[in-house]
Structure formats: structure tokens, C-alpha cells
Design a protein. Structure first.
Length: 169
């Protein structure tokens, strides 16, 4: 990778470690805890999904982000399609999937993408695609959003864990 920009190197390091961040957020949770939902009236900082739903959502989002990265890198006219996360959670049997497998899918996807990112010239990070809702985005924009997305949702996992501890005390 020819990236000399320290900010880009930091961003890619965060992207590269996302699976570890997610794995540490769900470490030592039982199946019951993974499926636990915050009660009605709980602080909104905990969200409404279970930890399981959050992790499977992160897996689905990660697959979408990897597709967007590849489209931007490989094509001069990339359409980056939005999707409805609530429809995915409702219709794709999130409670029946595996949190461990989801983390591993994310880990492997990031490993593969980092192999690609390391080979790209600096100019590739300014290539663009057109998101169906957000408009024109550079590869850098999409990597930033993907990285923020993990941090955003893992914060919900931490809030759920605190809430579980508080309610069980």
C-alpha cells in the first residue's frame, strides 16, 4: 500500500481490528444474554435489538460494505445500494444465526479486504461510487462509515451489558 497519510493508516487499522472489537463486546455472554432484549422503558442508549441481532446486523452490513468497496475499486460507475436494516433483522432469522460465525465472517472479510487495500495506490481511495441514498462517496468515505458503524453498534452492546448487569444485581 502506498498510503502515506497517517489518518488513512489509522482508519485502516481500525477497520482491520473491527472483528476483535466485536468479539470482545460479546465475550463470555451466554445464549440467553445474547438474545436478551432491553425492557420497554430502558434507556435508548441500549437500543431495542438483542446483542445477537446487533452482531448479525454487523455481519450483514459488513458484507454490504465489502461489496461497496469492491464496486468502487473495480468499476468506474458503481451504484451502492441501500438496504433496510430492520427488514433484514425481521425477515432473516437473526435469532437463529450464530454470533461466533458472524464475527468470523467479519474477521475473514476484513482480512481479505485488507489484502486488497494494502495493494491499492493512494489514488484508489479517492475513487467514487454513488450511494442510492447518500449520493457520491469516495472509497475513503465508505471505509470511514464502515468503521464508524462498528463502533456505533458495539456501543449498544456495551450499554446492553451494563443494563443486564444492573437489572440482575
Amino acid at each position: 500500500m502506498n498510503v502515506v497519510d497517517a489518518a488513512m493508516n489509522d482508519l485502516l487499522s481500525k477497520y482491520d481490528s473491527a472483528a476483535d472489537v466485536i468479539a470482545s463486546g460479546v465475550a463470555r455472554l451466554s445464549r440467553e444474554q445474547l438474545l436478551w432484549r432491553p425492557p420497554t422503558g430502558a434507556p435508548t442508549s441500549a437500543g431495542t435489538w438483542s446483542v445477537q441481532e446487533v452482531v448479525i446486523h454487523l455481519q450483514d452490513a459488513d458484507v454490504a460494505f465489502a461489496d461497496r468497496f469492491k464496486r468502487i475499486i473495480a468499476s468506474d460507475t458503481s451504484v451502492l445500494q441501500a438496504w433496510n436494516e430492520n427488514d433484514f433483522a425481521k425477515n432473516l432469522f437473526y435469532a437463529e444465526q450464530s454470533t461466533d460465525d458472524a464475527v468470523e465472517v467479519i474477521r475473514l472479510t476484513h482480512r481479505q479486504m485488507m489484502r486488497i487495500f494494502r495493494r491499492l495506490p493512494d489514488a484508489a481511495f479517492t475513487r467514487t461510487g454513488t450511494h442510492s441514498e447518500r449520493g457520491v462517496q469516495t472509497l475513503t468515505d465508505v471505509v470511514k462509515y464502515a468503521t464508524w458503524h462498528v463502533e456505533h453498534h458495539v456501543s449498544f452492546v456495551h450499554e446492553k451489558r451494563k443494563l443486564m448487569d444492573t437489572l440482575s444485581a
